[in-house]
Design a binder for this molecule. Structure first.
Ligand code: ZN
Length: 422
């Protein structure tokens, strides 16, 4: 019988995602030895002395023992380390880190999967069994999207299939209550500005931000709070001077107007005073689009464009840099790595860790310097496509023997690696 050290298995799990292998079968094939250097290199990385490689079944067994919460903790330690070493401080906005909150689909089944699935009736009448997740991701202007906290949108344990018709299901706003509490307890001192979609343009979300001392910039949609929108439009007419215009290099014209103090009484009769911004964008071809946001940040002539562009619009990145990459790359977010729901949660956290590793590999000054040495002005240009980076890394781990000198921490301490590309 072989006993594996947990560090060794964690590294193995991390490589499953960090190398973008996409499935357990790929991991079992690509992380095989066959006279390659994988075992040697894994031992180096994990500081272990194993004599054989595991298979994903071994990893799954290990996950069953430690549970998904341990992997959530491991992920938290990584992001906290980056924050504490001030690696991300260049990306603060008015002193805050920007965190986008967004929900996405994780697993979906055509059959009853477990007692905690959400159910959704399709137009065809068939029922889908879903496991969506709500994420808070720290976003940077350079394109990083790092998971700060995750909350699975799920029904309480112990439901039977017949309960689905009668009992109310969990939803994104309920999950946000739990996500916010987790985020606050994981990062109690962290200054945050949440970038939110219009679902959160309500007293319930504002109250949580007030309770936890966070700023917020939320998409303002007429349909979400029609009365407030009418009030906003009426107040805008009274301050025609509150206007700024910006023209982008591609001739897109943006006209910003704002109201500094927009009063709002929510459904629970709580009263709020919000800043409100509208941006009317006209493209070079004459196409018009309107964007609007509500915020508890101070909106004025100096801050209006920065709030709209650096926080409000940055939220689109969570889709582009965050979930889309996780779904459409080797990370394979919607792949069922385990039928067991708690194991699947552990794989979710490992995926976030793998993505973190990939992002740090991509966005750093050493990598940019390497590209420059080869006559390219970006990391992307050096490799041809982003997905090539994990592929080359896999090749390196298979054919290059990591040496003791590669782990020389005093030498590494003298080398400054920056994440800011601007
Ligand atoms: Zn389920």
């Amino acid at each position: 019988m072989v006993t594996y050290h947990r560090r060794f298995l964690c590294w193995w799990g991390l490589l499953l995602f960090g190398l973008g292998l996409g499935s357990r079968r790929s991991a079992d094939n690509d992380l095989r030895d066959l006279e390659c250097a994988i075992l040697h290199n894994l031992n180096r990385l994990a500081h272990t002395d194993q004599s054989t490689l595991p298979v994903t079944k071994t990893l799954d067994h290990f996950i069953g023992h430690v549970g998904s919460a341990a992997f959530a903790q491991l992920l938290h330690q990584h992001t906290q380390r980056l924050i504490r070493m001030k690696a991300l401080d260049d990306f603060r906005f008015q002193g805050d880190f920007i965190a986008a909150v967004d929900g996405t689909g994780y697993l979906s089944f055509r059959h009853h999967h477990c007692c905690q699935c959400l159910t959704q009736k399709q137009p065809s009448g068939t029922i889908c069994y879903l496991h969506p997740v709500l994420e808070a991701k720290l976003l940077t202007s350079s394109g990083l999207a790092l998971s700060l906290a995750s909350q699975f949108i799920e029904n309480p344990p112990g439901r039977t299939p017949t309960d689905y018709q009668e009992k109310k299901q969990d939803c994104e706003l309920n999950a946000f209550d739990r996500l916010a509490a987790t985020l606050k307890s994981s990062f109690p001192q962290l200054r945050l500005c949440l970038s939110l979609d219009s679902l959160y343009g309500c007293g319930r979300a504002f109250a949580l931000c007030r309770k936890y001392h966070w700023h917020f910039v939320v998409t303002f949609k007429e349909g979400r709070t029609p009365e407030l929108w009418r009030e906003f439009v009426a107040l805008l007419k009274m301050c025609p001077d509150q206007k700024r215009v910006a023209t982008l290099p591609d001739k897109t014209r943006r006209v910003y107007r704002w109201v500094e103090q927009l009063p709002y009484i929510d459904s629970q009769k709580r009263s709020w005073t919000l800043g409100a911004i509208v941006c009317e964008e006209t493209s070079a071809r004459g196409q018009k689009t309107t964007f609007a946001w509500l915020t508890n940040l101070a909106v004025n002539r100096d801050s209006v464009i920065a709030i709209a562009e650096q926080v409000g619009r940055l939220r689109q990145k969570i889709e582009n840099e965050g979930f889309n990459v996780q779904k459409n790359s080797g990370l394979n977010l919607e792949h069922v790595f385990s039928q067991n729901w708690d194991h699947a949660k552990a794989y979710y956290y490992l995926l976030q860790l793998g993505h973190l590793l990939m992002q740090l590999l991509h966005h750093n000054s050493l990598h940019r310097a390497l590209a420059k040495e080869y006559g390219h002005n970006s990391v992307l240009a050096l490799w041809g496509a982003l997905k090539k980076i994990p592929q080359r890394l896999l090749e390196a781990l298979r054919y290059y023997l990591l040496a003791e000198a590669d782990f020389d921490s005093p030498a590494a301490a003298r080398c400054h690696i920056g994440l800011n590309s601007s």
